[in-house]
Design a protein around this ligand. Structure first.
Ligand code: 15L
Length: 266
């Protein structure tokens, strides 16, 4: 199947594009940046917030599905966050509807529910039916992009899977990360499952590995065929303990909540 991957030059994008090619997918890379060294497939350097450019690339390649990873992976102002996460998603969705592409896999984030405290969760488990509770404008952008996907699923019968990704790193780097880590290999497994799950409609899952200390529900992913194999605990020995750990593990979004990222919208 041909897959259009946006944000293909980013940290997640490089791992996912290579992983999907290894699994036999025909990948078209899209990014603001040129293709990384070693990439020899089709590539388009464009801004996904530009609806005409997005429409042209979808029209040219007619992919079977879109994996939308493009977006600034950190806190910015409100306007920039909405452009980066919501406008890009809208441009892709319109192009998909126009050209008959029926599935999108979206890199959402745990920061869509980052302000959710761990204390008081039913069974100490963060399920996917907690209310949207962003911790930043970044999280607001992810909530709004998820809502846009839901709208297009209902209006146009698309399939859309929102991956609320945890901490995508080669190895966990903090005590929080021992719960929230997503390994590179599990990330590829997760995207593959989201691309191939039969008729998911609109679905949300938490993108983490099978961490011993996990407290985010893995069942929504498993029900789509995502079986994580890695466990952050294997790396626990290299993770430094820090005074801020207790505050970071008490809330979904960790340092996005505790790190004093507050700023006015305008
Ligand atoms: C994210 O969504 C961010 O892009 C990344 O920088 C990390 O903060 C990660 O979540 C996390 O929660 O560890």
């Amino acid at each position: 199947m041909r897959i259009l991957v946006t944000g293909a030059a980013g940290s997640i994008g490089r791992v996912v594009t290579t992983g999907l090619v290894d699994r036999g997918y025909d990948v078209v890379g899209v990014d603001l940046l040129p293709a990384p060294d070693g990439w020899d497939g089709p590539w388009h350097a464009l801004d996904c917030a530009d609806p005409e450019a997005v429409d042209a690339v979808v029209a040219q390649h007619r992919p079977g599905a879109v994996v939308h990873l493009a977006g600034i992976a950190e806190e910015r102002g409100l306007r920039e966050s909405l452009e980066s996460h919501v406008i890009t998603t809208g441009a892709l969705l319109d192009a998909m509807v126009t050209h008959g592409v029926t599935r999108i896999v979206y890199a959402s984030s745990n920061h869509a529910v980052g302000r959710t405290p761990r204390a008081g969760l039913d069974g100490d488990l963060l399920t996917t039916d907690v209310r949207p509770r962003p911790d930043t404008f970044y999280g607001v952008g992810k909530v709004a992009a998820e809502a846009l996907l839901s709208l297009y699923v209902d209006r146009h019968g698309l399939d859309a899977v929102s991956l609320r990704i945890g901490s995508f790193l080669e190895q966990p780097e903090s005590v929080r990360g021992l719960s929230t880590w997503l390994s590179h290999d599990d990330c590829v497994r997760m995207v593959d499952a989201a691309l191939t799950a039969p008729a998911p409609g609109y679905a949300v899952l938490y993108g983490i590995s099978a961490n011993t200390r996990a407290w985010w529900d893995l069942e929504p992913g498993r029900s789509l065929g995502y079986e994580p194999l890695d466990d952050a605990e294997q790396h626990a020995g290299i993770v430094p303990e820090r005074p801020e750990d207790a505050a970071e593990v008490a809330v979904v979004g960790g340092h996005f909540v505790t790190g004093r990222l507050e700023r006015p919208a305008f």
